[in-house]
Design a protein around this ligand. Structure first.
Ligand code: HEM
Length: 461
């Protein structure tokens, strides 16, 4: 067996003598990852200043090593968990070890396809309400920020899925507080630990505290009212409150319910909204794909509202959404930190927060060995035949292994229903002269929003 190499011997750009690639990571991270892999292959070391190494992977074999075969040797980075903690607490995204395992087991049934089917009606209803608002716009030729529209829609949907109608009346308060809390959490994650600690009362910290208090009071009140039997609902909150640990008989405490609800709120809306926004952008650039997608929606539904039973026949719409997330994966990068010794791609790793293993779905999904002509938008890549020919871990919009997104079926169902409902009534077109650029924050969004022209379709009598 050859000796394992040291981190310093791993391939990758030298970058600046002191800062390494830190500036590029800040200014153009998508290009940094793409170019590094084009030049150095599927395993690349990027230096982030003098002490931090980011190891980026774009081969299914290496990803399998980290996410499946040796998953016990890699954890969520300590910095990410610290920054997300005030908002998400010990929820499913941030927790680890046996506690995470137990929570995942308890929560999994709530996300089974059959349980999710019960949510389809409210997803479509929320979409119809948005479309009614679009229809009633006083000035329909004005561009509409489709990114903001999708964010509002998916926030409403996940709110209803969690709490049934209980959020009505508080929806705006929740929405606003969540926006502030999410923006601050994003800011903290991206500033690599360089922000004023919570005990310093800066304007940012005070606004964050206020938003968290406001969210907590809404969520704890919803839980209390449900416990007191004042409200009912066949929703995720009911499921989370009902589940019991098979060994101990324990149920979740109010604090744990709060953390899980907040996690679902957060993980469950921005990602889906961004993917939908990118899809409308791509459809406007590819009228032939849009025409085929609309024809499918019309053939299957004939003008009526979609239901969960229609989903298997809305196959092309699902492919369009899948191909969108190949080109613009909302979770464009996932990170892990070695928590035990390991040898990865021949390089010896020791447990330290200064080594980050990164899986950039953005770069993986553009690996030409896996995706010929990677920049071409082609939903046929996700036909059953073509999908069967690819390694499973070539496509990771929802991550992989044991930490796979628990909401993947929720998101796919939601996106397909929304798309079918919108395509039957509207055409979304690009605003001439407006350039759309990706902005890789914690999720990948269209920079500065996505203004589009939203035209009602003429319905023939
Ligand atoms: C298109 C939409 C979505 C995308 C692209 C997405 C992406 C992801 C990814 C990549 C992860 C894994 C992160 C990692 O391993 O580091 C994840 C985890 C998670 N997602 Fe999603 N997600 C989406 C929608 C949803 C929805 C709708 C929900 C809930 C209703 C949700 C809830 C979660 C939770 C709770 C986790 C943590 C799971 C665990 O660690 O056990 N996501 N998501």
């Amino acid at each position: 067996m050859p000796e394992a190499r040291t981190l310093g011997e791993a391939p990758g750009p030298r970058g600046h003598w002191f800062w390494g690639s830190i500036q590029e990571r800040r200014h153009n991270p998508l290009q940094l990852f793409l170019r590094a892999h084009q030049e150095y292959g599927d395993f690349v070391r990027l230096r982030m200043g003098p002490t931090i190494s980011l190891l980026s992977l774009t081969s299914p074999e290496l990803i399998k090593h980290v996410l499946l075969d040796h998953a016990d040797k890699y954890g969520k980075p300590a910095g990410l968990v610290r920054d997300a903690w005030p908002l998400l607490g010990n929820g499913l995204f941030t927790s680890s070890g046996d506690f995470w395992k137990r929570q995942r087991r308890l929560m999994q049934p709530a996300f089974h396809k059959e349980r999710l089917a019960a949510l389809a009606g409210s997803m479509v209803e929320a979409t119809q309400q948005m479309l009614a608002r679009w229809q009633a716009r006083p000035n329909p030729s004005e561009p509409l920020d489709v990114s903001a529209e999708m964010m509002h829609l998916t926030l409403g949907i996940v709110g209803r899925a969690l709490f049934s109608t209980d959020v009505s009346g508080t929806a705006d308060r929740v929405g606003q507080a969540l926006t502030v809390a999410l923006a601050e959490t994003n800011h903290r994650i991206l500033s690599l630990g360089l922000y004023a600690p919570d005990f310093i009362p800066t304007a940012r910290n005070r606004a964050f505290r206020q938003a968290l208090d406001s969210l907590d009071s809404v969520v704890f009140e919803l839980i209390a009212r449900r416990r007191a039997g004042q409200t009912q609902g066949d929703d995720l909150l009911a499921t989370l409150m009902a589940v019991q640990d098979a060994d101990t008989g324990e149920r979740m405490t109010d604090a744990q319910l709060r953390d899980e609800a907040m996690t679902i709120f957060l993980a469950g809306h921005e990602t889906t909204a961004n993917a939908l926004a990118w899809m409308w952008h791509l459809l406007a650039q590819h009228p032939e794909v849009e025409a085929r997608a609309r024809a499918e929606a019309q053939a299957v539904l004939g003008g009526r509202a979609p239901t969960a039973e229609d989903l298997p026949r809305l196959r092309y719409l699902t492919q369009v959404f899948e191909e969108t997330m190949r080109l613009y994966p909302p979770a464009w990068i996932m990170a892990r930190q070695p928590v035990k010794e390991d040898v990865l791609a021949g390089v010896r790793l020791t447990p330290t927060p200064r080594t980050i293993v990164a899986i950039s779905a953005y770069a993986l999904h553009r690996n030409p060995k896996l995706w010929p002509e990677p920049e071409r938008f082609d939903p046929e890549r996700f036909s059953p035949e073509q999908s069967a020919q690819r390694p499973r871990l070539a496509y990771l919009p929802f991550g992989g292994g044991q930490r796979l997104c628990i909401g993947n079926n929720f998101a796919l169902m939601e996106a397909t229903l929304i798309t079918a409902a919108v395509l039957q009534r509207f055409r979304l077109r690009a605003v001439p002269g407006h350039t759309v650029e990706p902005e890789p924050l914690v999720t990948l969004r269209p920079k500065g929003g996505l203004p589009m022209l939203v035209e009602p379709l003429q319905v023939s009598a």
